[in-house]
Design a protein around this ligand. Sequence first.
Ligand code: BMA
Length: 326
Amino acid sequence: MKNKIIGPKINIPWEEKPANCPSPIWRYSKNPIINRNPIKGVARVFNSAVLPYKDGFIGVFRGDTFTTIPFLYLGRSKDGIHFEFEEKPIEIFDEKGNLMKFDYCYDPRLIEIEGTYFVSFCTHMHGPTVAVIKTLDFKKFTFVSIPLLPFNRNGVFFPKRINGDYLLLSRPSDNGHTPFGDIFLSRSKDMIDWGRHSHIMESGWEWWCGLKVGAGCNPIETNLGWLCFIHGTTNTCNGYVYSIGAIILDKDDPSKVLYRCSPYLLTPEMDYETNGFVPNVCFPTCALADAETGRIAIYAGAADTYVELLFTDIDTVLDYIVKNAR
Ligand code: BMA
C-alpha cells in the first residue's frame, strides 16, 4: 500500500476486484444487498448509512413506506451485508424527552464523533432541509438542531473536528427535484449554531455532473487529504442520471478542493441501478474505510429502490483520482 487511510482498523465487508473491471470501484457480486419490501409496510430501503458497532454493524436506513413517505429505520447486521430491521421507525425526542413529529425523514448519514453518534437527514421545515439527531446507544435518539435554512439536502459530516469546528457539507436546493446543485461547507463549535459557510465546488466541470453535485459519503482521511465520494447528476431527455464521482479536499482547510476527478467512478449500468422507482440512480451515502488493509466499502442507493454495496481500495481510488484530476 503506498497510500494511507488515517483512521482505525475496522472490520468491513469485502470482495476482491473482478478481472476486467473497467472502473476503480467494483460492485458486490450479490447486489443488491437490500431488496424490495424488506420491512413490514416499507416498500423500498435505499440511501442509507452503516457503521461498525459492537461485534457487528448498525445502520440508519431510509425506508419509503406504503404511503411513499420516507422515515428512518434501524437495522443490525453481523457482516455489514445482511440486515435485520426494526419494524417501527426511529423515534426522536426533544431535550425534555417529548416525542417529536417529523413530516418525513430521508437520506440519513451516520457518523461517530468523540463517542457520540450523529445522524443527519433531510426533513421538512417549510420545505426540505437538513436536521441532526444524536444517540449514544441506538436506543434513544435526541434532536440536536436544524443546521441550515431551507431548502437544503445531503448534509454530510466530517468524522472529526478540524480547528475545533464540526464540519458539514450540504447541497442547497429548491423544494422540488432541483435542477441545480453545488457543494457548500458549514462550521459549528457545538453542533447547534452553524455558520461560516463556504462554497466549495460547483457542478458542471464534466457532463456527467452537468446539473448538480452533492456530498455523498462521510469523508475519509487519507495521506492526500479528505477523500469524498460525491454524486453528480446529468439531465437527459429521459430524466436525471446520478453517477458516483470523487474529490479530495485539503486536510486542514477542507474548503479547498485539491483534486476533482474528471470521469465518474461508477455510473448506473446494472438492472438494479437502471430499473426501479427512479431509474438510473447510483447515490453514495456511506463509506467504511479500514486503515490496516486500505479497503473501502461504499453503501449506495440504487434506483431509489435498493441498497447496493461497492468496493475499492485506497491505492486504486487515489491513483485514479490523481491521474484523472482536472
Ligand atoms: C435526490 C435525492 C435523493 C434521490 C435522488 C434521485 O435529489 O432526493 O433522495 O435518491 O434525488 O431520485
